[in-house]
Design a protein around this ligand. Sequence first.
Ligand code: SF4
Ligand code: SF4
Length: 443
Amino acid sequence: MAKKSMFDMTPVKGYEKKLEDFFPMERRCSNCLGCKFVPFEKIKSNRFGRNCPSVWHYNFNLYSARGRFQLGQNILEDGSVRFEGQALDAIFNCQACGACDVGCKVTRFNLEPLAHNIALKERAVEKGKAPDALNAVAAQLAKQKTMLPGAKKADRGAWASGLKLKDISVGKETAEYAFFPGCQYAYDKDLQKKAKSYVSVLKKAGVDLGWFGKGDMCCGGRAGQMGFRKEFEAQAQANAVVWKKAGAPKIVTPCSDCYYALKRQYAMLGIEVEVVHAVELIAELIKSGKLKLKKAVDLSITYHDPCRLGRLGEPFEPWDGTEKKILNQVHTWTPARPRYAGTYGIYDAPRDVLAAIPGLRLVEMERVRENSWCCGAGGGCSVFNPEFSDAVASERVTEAQATGAEAIVTACPWCEKNLSGVTSENGTAMPVVDVIDLVAKAL
Ligand code: SF4
Ligand code: SF4
């Protein structure tokens, strides 16, 4: 038998779970509230003690991970609950941010609320019940290889003009790293400047950098988060073909959504690719002395951990063991199953970069690292329910203002866009910048 190539799609055990496979899990949910609050020992105030944007905004149990476990159980048990009305509304109004998953694992290590939320979305999509706006996003991905409404494949490379980046897609040139901008950096006029800035900084520090030229496309990860599994898989496979032809370089991306897609979602498909977030690489370059930040930036900032770089950015570990129920109630796994509690996400690299900028003062928010509050853009919510998405962003801006910082810094274009211009509960907005903006100022 031919050896499996690192770019052949061979889903790992557990990836192909469907809603029915979650039935025992739905019944094991103990209604303990861990999916609705920051773990109690980490709560700093009642005001910022919630973790799930969905149940916080709708204030109704159905919109929590617990509520969705109950919903799934009812759908599977008697079919009296259908994919319509408020049930359908709850299924799609979930940012897939993973805060419930981390909260749940504090008390229950054997449940996967995030994967279950997505299984519900997938079933609704299969039944043709997805919101029209999300169907349009999936169609856009299939046709234009991006999920940004109105964007065209033919315009994708505009951001790279003038950069003289090596095009490694045609097999003539090679590079150690391929720069994978992601759709926001590729198309958004303001963000394009930041993509250029990332490239300039990396090249200046001596990184051997290229890109996939005409083969550069959307990662497709967001389609998976929205329940469009087939579309996500097709996009992942299309990217794998390009990367293989380009000689399988390491990939560096400035987008946290792409990072999560390549690191976790692709790994579950069996597509093995070495990916780093650009802030990780910049942190390494600073540490090794290849990048020196000398100019002072006199600013107090607070750092927003993107969900998909932080708690969802943990490395994927395939598990191929067996699960057994003993004593009629205790589940055991042989060998031990990996437990994703968000602890090993990328939290230190962006903070190390910020700490290396002279004059910059970091003040932390109450909800940070694995308990960070989502920006509101995840799971397609910013497209089909902007009112909900903005409310979640406003809550984060309120929390950021409570620190007394002058600006919010983040490492994801989706977070940056969703938090920008949104006002807090006192009616004022805050400047939002990317890590690279401050690095560029300090050079
Ligand atoms: S934390 Fe987990 S076990 Fe507890 S109510 Fe939420 S989903 Fe159920
Ligand atoms: S993924 Fe996020 S929005 Fe969805 S239920 Fe979990 S915490 Fe709430």
